[in-house]
Design a protein around this ligand. Structure first.
Ligand SMILES: Nc1nc2c(c(=O)[nH]1)N=C([C@H](O)[C@H](O)COP(=O)(O)OP(=O)(O)OP(=O)(O)O)CN2
Length: 163
């Protein structure tokens, strides 16, 4: 059931340009490619605190910070059972079952604690990061928090976290 109050924030700068490939259940993968991802968030509360659910001015830098951390990176799902990931000097080496061998400078890679880089799983990661930062910085928790990740225009995934 939806609560009476919510804030929704989607700014032009809630975006990240990243590369990825999905790994399928049988271990095959998509070709490496990139997206200009866009993010929208919505947080719900049962009542207002000082006339607001949560200040827009406080949530915006947090969402931006999380988006920026994904920007210009190769996103690798480190929990995927098909990937072998190790370090070689300053590189990460990522091997897939089709014997592809990616060797990329560590600074160009973000290892994410997710099973795959679907928009859905990226949305879960972003949601968790934003909620963590909101709690750390403001001691606040939304009753529910929703993140929409758009991979390409007209194609997005939505994750809803409820407390
Ligand atoms: N539910 C999901 N389905 C798919 C995801 C996803 O994250 N969640 N991701 C992909 C791929 O990563 C892929 O990059 C998207 O492929 P595609 O739809 O072909 O992208 P296009 O922009 O090229 O689509 P067109 O409509 O053909 O322009 C696949 N599925």
């Amino acid at each position: 059931m939806s609560l009476p109050f919510s804030i929704k924030v989607y700014k032009q700068y809630f975006n990240f340009a990243s590369s990825h490939f999905m790994i399928f259940e049988n271990g095959t993968r998509e070709p490496l490619h990139g997206h200009n991802y866009r993010v929208q968030v919505r947080g719900e509360a049962p009542s207002l605190e000082g006339d607001m659910v949560f200040d827009f001015l406080d949530i915006k830098p947090i969402v931006r910070e999380v988006c920026d951390s994904l920007d210009h990176k190769l996103l690798i799902p480190k929990d995927n059972k098909h990937l072998k990931i190790y370090t070689d000097r300053k590189n990460y080496v990522i091997e897939t079952p089709d014997e592809s061998h990616f060797s990329i400078p560590q600074s160009d890679v973000l290892l994410l604690p997710i099973l795959n880089t679907s928009a859905e799983r990226i949305a879960v990661y972003i949601c968790d990061e934003i909620r963590k930062k909101v709690t750390q910085k403001f001691g606040f928790a939304f009753n529910s928090f929703e993140v929409e990740v758009e991979e390409t225009p007209g194609q997005s995934a939505v994750y809803l976290h409820r407390e």
